[in-house]
Design a protein around this ligand. Structure first.
Ligand code: GTB
Length: 228
């Protein structure tokens, strides 16, 4: 059955792989599942056809026959649940890997998103200079905890899992900030994941789209609308 996902027609990151379709592409590449991509414009995302797939008018979405999903976490979990390789078979190990998926999205990503918002959308506010160090310290605090748990292990809990895929995807958003480099074991963890052939294929596929549009005009996100 053909799997179709949606992605930005013009990604505001110009192909850096930070939009969330990259997480879905990576999961599909890890399990060896082919897929097609439907590119959507910012305007089309808010029109009825796309809203019937995604109630919040965002990307990514996932279609597989009669099944239509939104929310990256749910999509990656679905892919991992239906294929071997991204979640362990042993029930307790599987539950722990799923826990790391939730931890990435619910505990580690929020301060990182706050930082992205502060930088991308609030840079011109008079209070931004004072607030930014506070937001950065919240990220540092969370990364310190994650770094302590990872220690010198390759992955968060045994073999690479959907938990690592999600955690690395979240940490990748910090690459340009310099904060990740303050935690050498986390920087090495991200680099290990980026070296995976599946990640490279997913990155190249989204970059191909980004390359065509990186010189385009400011997107609604860059103008302060929509979600980062
Ligand atoms: N909780 C949802 C999920 O995880 O699927 C959030 C989905 C989401 O935020 N989608 C964003 C979107 O569609 C794109 S990925 N935004 C348009 C809108 O809300 O109108 C977020 C994103 C956007 C841009 C960058 N970037 O430029 O670096 C990175 C990530």
């Amino acid at each position: 059955m053909t799997i179709i996902i949606t992605a930005f027609e013009q990604s505001p990151d110009g192909g850096k792989g930070l939009a969330r379709d990259s997480r879905v592409r990576w999961a599909l590449e890890e399990v060896g599942q082919s897929y097609e991509v439907r590119l959507v414009s910012f305007r089309a995302m808010k029109e009825p056809a796309h809203l019937s797939l995604h109630p919040f008018g965002q990307i990514p979405t996932y279609e597989e026959g009669d099944l239509a999903l939104f929310e990256t976490g749910a999509i990656v979990f679905h892919i991992a649940d239906r294929h071997a390789d991204l979640l362990p078979d042993e029930p307790n190990a599987r539950a722990r890997a799923i826990t790391w998926m939730f931890a990435a999205l619910n505990t580690v990503e929020p301060p990182i998103l706050e930082l992205a918002t502060a930088k991308l959308l609030e840079g011109d506010k008079p209070w931004n200079r004072e607030r930014l160090p506070l937001v950065e310290d919240r990220v540092r605090n969370r990364l310190g905890q994650l770094s302590a748990r990872l220690g010198d292990a390759d992955w968060l809990d045994g073999a690479f899992s959907a938990g690592d895929l999600m955690m690395v995807s979240v940490l990748l958003r910090l690459k340009s900030s310099g904060i990740l480099g303050e935690f050498p074991n986390l920087a090495a963890y991200v680099a290990r994941a980026e070296a995976r052939p599946a990640y490279k294929r997913a990155f190249a596929a989204q970059q191909h789209v980004g390359a065509d549009v990186s010189a385009s005009a400011a997107s609604p996100l860059q103008q302060g609308r929509g979600s980062t």
